[in-house]
Design a protein around this ligand. Structure first.
Ligand SMILES: Cc1cc2nc3c(=O)[nH]c(=O)nc-3n(C[C@H](O)[C@H](O)[C@H](O)COP(=O)(O)OP(=O)(O)OC[C@H]3O[C@@H](n4cnc5c(N)ncnc54)[C@H](O)[C@@H]3O)c2cc1C
Length: 403
């Protein structure tokens, strides 16, 4: 049967574009369908959010020849300082103690998204853009897709469709894949501050009764803020005066970086966990936020999404080289089986952090502080936690282990 493409990727965000780059030399005929123009993608205020990338993620981005073009825009995390406001427990993780250059890196989402999009352009990967997926039907031999590009309606077919279209995935909705949505009733406030004392490449994660607060190093004297607050609180902080915002920030964080001043606009991201009940359907697979949109408290979203990308790319290349159908149901089931454990573990870990650290009930607060203190004094446990923070615990797709 003739197909227009071997592979159609819906969504040209980080997950979709990284997958296209991972497969660019595979010999497969690939197209990306992206709803937004490049300009709209670049100008989106959401691009201001900082991403903490685990060392394991950076290894995979290097293997995909992506990291080399943005490494100069990223800031290394040499230490991670975890503390609980008003309690004694704290943990400090250190790259030096673990004998590595960095525990991870911080980069603005816009910087890495722009670079990845430019690499896709340079690789001459076909893009149907701006075009929106409006319908999809999977038959025995092909998946048939309807698109709207301006006033024009298009239909295209492929052997395999990948849904990389984010938390509100149309692919997931059109296939009626059941999803679990938990509204946390929280909002992440994102901005950048300048500090009067240098951060020395330390990332701070501070748990407070009103929500977790991360200060991530982005420049010698600047930190990206990711601050989770209850939705009403967040609205007041978002639209109140800068002075009120800074006073509350300083109250929650303290003065370990001296005085803080705002150097970027405030952005708000309402938070919910969205998890698809399954990641595959007939000739279709969902990756990245389309299958798991997480709370940012543990900075795991894209780190997890890239592991989907790399695993899927490796398996597709093997399947294609063996002259087998890349949309085959058993093949897709094998992919889902490999990825399930990582999804369960990462989502479970993120939810535990949200639950344990959003709870100021005395026994829970005491237990977590004892836990933090013990962790700080047990080198083996600290190494394990550090490997988790670096994204190196558990099984990494082979691509991530090449270097
Ligand atoms: C405040 C905040 C902080 C975060 N911090 C971290 C962090 O520190 N570390 C980390 O790893 N992750 C972090 N994340 C998560 C990370 O940003 C996401 O996991 C990642 O960007 C998701 O990429 P994606 O490509 O899966 O989805 P998206 O970026 O949502 O991309 C989806 C794409 O699909 C397109 N699309 C949607 N619908 C259609 C359609 N019908 N037709 C065609 N195209 C369509 C969209 O235009 C978009 O370009 C954070 C998130 C937030 C909100």
């Amino acid at each position: 049967m003739q197909h227009d493409y071997d592979l159609l990727i819906v969504g040209g965000g980080l997950a979709g574009n990284c997958l296209a780059l991972a497969l660019k030399d595979s010999g497969l005929n690939i197209a990306i369908i992206e709803a937004n123009t490049r300009e709209r993608q670049y100008d989106s205020p959401a691009g201001d959010r900082a991403l903490a990338l685990a060392a394991g993620t950076v290894k995979m981005l290097e293997a995909l020849n992506i990291w080399q073009g943005v490494s100069q825009l990223a800031t290394a995390i040499k230490d991670i300082h975890i503390s609980d406001q008003g309690h004694f427990g704290k943990v400090r993780l250190s790259a030096q103690k673990e004998n590595v250059d960095a525990l991870g890196y911080v980069i603005t989402a816009r910087d890495i998204e722009t670079h990845v999009a430019q690499l896709v352009d340079a690789a001459a990967i076909e893009q149907l853009c701006p075009a929106r997926l409006t319908g999809l039907m999977a038959g025995n031999d092909a998946v048939n897709v309807s698109l709207k590009r301006g006033d024009e309606a298009l239909s295209v077919s492929a052997k395999l469709l990948v849904g990389a279209d984010g938390g509100h995935s149309s692919v997931r909705n059109l296939l009626e894949i059941p999803q679990h949505i938990s509204d946390y009733g929280q909002t992440a406030l994102v901005t950048t501050v300048k500090s009067s004392l240098l951060h020395k490449n330390v990332a701070f994660e501070r748990f407070t009764a009103s929500g977790p607060l991360a200060l991530l190093p982005v420049d010698d004297d600047q930190c990206a803020i990711v601050w989770t607050r209850g939705s009403e609180d967040a609205e007041a902080l978002m639209f109140g005066s800068e002075a009120d915002f800074l006073a509350e920030l300083q109250h929650c964080f303290g003065y370990r970086l001296g005085a803080l001043s705002l150097v970027a606009p405030r952005r708000a991201f309402p938070l919910s966990l969205i998890r698809a009940e399954k990641m595959i359907a007939h000739r279709t697979v969902a990756i990245g936020n389309a299958v798991h949109q997480l709370h940012p408290v543990a900075g795991q979203g894209f780190n997890l999404g890239l592991r989907d990308v790399v695993q899927l790319a490796e398996m597709i290349i093997k399947q294609h080289q063996a002259d087998r159908d890349i949309g085959d149901a058993d093949f897709l089931s094998a992919y889902a089986k490999v990825r399930q454990k990582d999804h369960d573990r990462t989502i479970g870990f993120t939810n535990s952090v949200v639950r344990i650290f959003s709870n100021d009930w005395l026994p829970v607060a005491a237990a977590r502080n004892i836990g933090l203190t013990l962790l700080d004094h047990i080198p083996a446990a600290k190494t394990l936690l550090t490997r988790h923070a670096m994204g190196l615990a558990g099984r990494l797709p082979r691509l991530g282990n090449r270097r």
